[in-house]
Structures are given as structure tokens and as C-alpha cells.
Design a protein around this ligand. Sequence first.
Ligand code: ADP
Ligand code: MG
Length: 240
Amino acid sequence: MIRFQQVDKHYGHFQVLKGIDLEVQEGEVVVVVGPSGSGKSTMLRCINRLETITSGELTVEGIPVNDRKTDINKLRRDIGMVFQHFNLYPHKKVIDNITLAPVKVLGVSKAEAEQTAMFYLEKVGIADKAHAYPSQLSGGQQQRVAIARGLAMRPKIMLFDEPTSALDPEMVGEVLDVMRTLAKEGMTMVVVTHEMGFAREVADRVIFMDQGQILEEAAPEVFFGNPREERTRTFLSRLL
Ligand code: ADP
Ligand code: MG
């Protein structure tokens, strides 16, 4: 579904990604961890071309993301993204936040979009909030709306960039539960998170990034049980 081959990215003279090689298969859940500033968000944002790569090759479903001939809007429709800050429209009701893109971008009828929205709101456990405004919801509920909004576009891939980092601790679990369900249903997911319990339980593979490089990549049992790299051990020991 996603393939990075020797991908570099520079911001001016600063090299933020260094020779990234990564493949994500259909249905796989890849969790990306690493210190702040190591390039995790940048790597994620390259996948839907919110950032452009400097060199190397990056394909999604075999389509070169940075090729001039690639219809980037079409590609982006297949990729849902959930951010740390939920970015809901504050002046729109929950349901209208969710129906907006399907109606505008996919050309779905309003009635059908609302039906789909309700389906996903039930899935994330907040159907009763459909007619509330985002400000009337807790952070955890808002993030679940953001996930429902992503799912309503029926993407093939979901990218999560620290989806629980802005939440009060008691709300982290409800968002991770939704993500766990998605993973079980076979969604292809790349998740940047500091939630090591989630990584251990849900990830098929854990990627450790440091200073723009993928330093280590392993199944969670190996990654947490017996990391190969000293820097991975140091990183993990600091979290405890
Ligand atoms: P992470 O998500 O792992 O914390 P980021 O991908 O956000 O890391 O950032 C990696 C590095 O790139 C950081 O040093 C950051 O300061 C730098 N960076 C991020 N965005 C920009 C930008 N638009 N211009 C210049 N430097 C940037
Ligand atoms: Mg980040």
C-alpha cells in the first residue's frame, strides 16, 4: 500500500528525512515511535504529499506520490488523516463536519452522506452527539468525530499523528479503543504515538525513528522485549 525507497527530505539545508525505506502492506498496522523532532510527522505527511520529498521514491498503491501526472486529490481521497488537534469546524454541527467532504468531494447526496455519518458516529460511540457543536464535546469525543470524519470518506489507509497527545489522560483510552477496533477490522494504518501499550498490543510492526532515520524496525515483542539498538533502549527506558 505504501512504499518509501531511499526517501530524503530537506528543509533548506536541514535534512529531516535520511534514506527512509519502509513498506506497509494492506491491512498492516505500523506504529512509529521516536523522540520529538526525529521526523515522524514529516514522514507521515509525505504520504499524502502535505510535504514533498527531496529525493527517492514514494508510492501509494503503486502510484508515485510526487509524479506530476499523479492526481493528488484522487490519491488523498484514499488516505484519511487524524491529527493531534482535531481540526473540526467549530461553527458546524458534528454531523455536518462529517458530511461536508463526502458531499463536496465525492458528490454523494446529502441524505446518503448523513446515513454514512451516522453509521460511523455509532461506530465511534457518539451517535447521540450528531447534532451537537464541537465545543460541546470533550476532547476525546471530538477526536472520535475526527476519526468518523476520516472514515466517512471510506479511505484505504488511515494515518494518525499523535491522536491522543492533546487529550486529558482519562480520554486517551476511548480514542485508542476506536483505533484498536479499526485495526482489527483490517484497516491499513500508520500511527505515530507515544502510547506504548497500544503499540505493543495492536502494532504488526514498530518503527523507531531518530534524527531522520529509521533506526530499528521490529515486531512489538522484539522491539519492546529485546531492542537491538542502544538508542532504542535509551528511548524506551526514558518512557518508563
Ligand atoms: P516529529 O514529528 O518526530 O517530532 P517533525 O517531522 O515534526 O518531527 O520535525 C522534524 C524536524 O524537522 C524538526 O527538527 C523540526 O523542527 C523540523 N521541521 C519540521 N517542519 C519544518 C518546516 N516546515 N521547516 C523547517 N523545519 C521543519
Ligand atoms: Mg510530530
